[in-house]
Ligand binder design. Structure first.
Ligand code: HEC
Length: 149
């Protein structure tokens, strides 16, 4: 099975091979929604709504996000988007905390992009994601806007 298929499965097919490839500790289906749906500012401003989910490992740190926050390895943040025009799902973004040294310029997060069907489009040390997230609240993470908390 290809990396893309196995990764995508985590989003689209319940029960199937849901673990992120090469990281059995991270299961995309383990992410549970936090807060409310909101209008995304950072990504495609105003045209997409967003909903953030986290896995158990990340949930406390995300809820209490501050400048000093450090997420532990295996933390998973998922941001599902929908178009404000059609309410249909569009791209999903995710971040997975990797070992120290994996991608220091990106906070040692792996950045992941999936299409509307949950198929992997891009993953890894994605510089455009990292550059903007370097300005975030804590540990390359923005946290929910006030209206979504
Ligand atoms: C221009 C700045 C910018 C870029 C580029 C960017 N983001 Fe974001 N991202 C944000 C902002 C701002 C938020 C907070 C929620 C919102 O308003 O959309 C966010 C939220 C997130 C979240 C939810 C976790 C959090 O930080 O609260 C994930 C996951 C995420 N982005 C992934 C990505 C990925 C993957 C990429 C690259 C494909 C990317 N982002 C590129 C600005 C950006």
């Amino acid at each position: 099975m290809s990396t893309a298929n196995r990764f995508g499965t985590g989003f689209s097919d319940a029960g199937a091979d849901a673990a992120v490839v090469a990281d059995p500790g991270v299961d995309l289906q383990s992410a549970r929604p936090v807060g409310k749906t909101f209008l995304s500012r950072g990504h495609f401003a105003g045209r997409w709504t967003a909903e953030v989910s986290t896995n158990e490992t990340a949930s406390q740190a995300y809820a209490n996000l501050a400048a000093s926050t450090k997420f532990v390895v295996g933390s998973l943040l998922v941001k599902r988007h929908a178009s404000t025009k059609a309410a249909a799902p569009v791209t999903t973004f995710a971040m997975v905390k990797r070992d120290a040294g994996f991608f220091p310029e990106g906070g040692d997060w792996e950045y992941v992009v999936l299409d509307a069907e949950g198929r992997l489009e891009e993953r890894g040390k994605l510089a455009p994601c990292a550059r903007c997230h370097a300005e975030a609240t804590g540990d390359w993470v923005f946290g929910l806007p006030i209206e979504a908390r």
